[in-house]
Design a protein around this ligand. Structure first.
Ligand code: HEC
Length: 153
């Protein structure tokens, strides 16, 4: 999956958004910390995605800062999930702690994809960002439950 159509990328971006309730009270500080880490990933990716989609003016320095923040955060994932902590507000699947090596490998793959993002100009960003989207989503598919945004009863 080297290239994604822009439309597909837009759908992916929606799929990455978290639940609407921003203010949550967590039982475990580790859960809060790992969710904050992910939300920071989302913010940085959003910046790059908006540039890619023409919703924000391209800036090489902002793009480079967002890329660096992603790289830093993605490298922190294995550690952020080291302790097995589950609670109702979390969407983490228990499989993380049963398949540690696989989970860590996906974190590593995502960091590699972030390192490969080219932020110097827009065409390069457009070419390289989809692989990073894919790396985020591939881990979520395996280890994150889809949050339920709408409850009918
Ligand atoms: C190695 C696995 C892995 C990778 C890679 C990964 N995530 Fe996550 N992400 C998770 C898990 C697991 C959760 C659920 C955490 C929880 O609810 O306790 C999550 C949750 C999230 C959330 C929801 C936070 C909330 O408010 O509940 C967002 C947003 C998110 N990730 C964005 C990203 C982005 C953007 C990337 C890529 C740049 C990314 N993630 C890469 C595993 C991963």
């Amino acid at each position: 999956m080297k290239r994604l159509a822009l439309g597909a990328v837009l759908i992916l971006a929606t799929a990455l958004s978290g639940p609407a309730d921003a203010e949550k009270s967590f039982t475990h500080k580790e859960v809060r910390a790992r969710i904050e880490l992910m939300q920071s990933n989302r913010d940085a990716l959003e910046t790059l995605h908006q540039m890619m989609a023409g919703q924000r003016r391209f800036s090489a320095s902002e793009a480079s800062a967002a890329r660096r923040s992603l790289l830093r955060n993605l490298r922190k994932i294995p550690r952020a999930f080291r302790k097995e902590r589950m609670e109702p507000l979390s969407n983490a699947r228990p499989g993380i702690w049963l398949n540690r090596d696989d989970f860590d490998a996906r974190a590593k793959a995502a960091a590699k994809a972030a390192a490969a993002v080219k932020s110097q100009n827009l065409p390069a960003l457009r070419r390289t960002l989809p692989d990073l989207f894919h790396a985020c989503l591939s881990c979520h598919d395996a280890y994150r439950n889809r949050p339920r945004e709408f409850t009918t009863h």
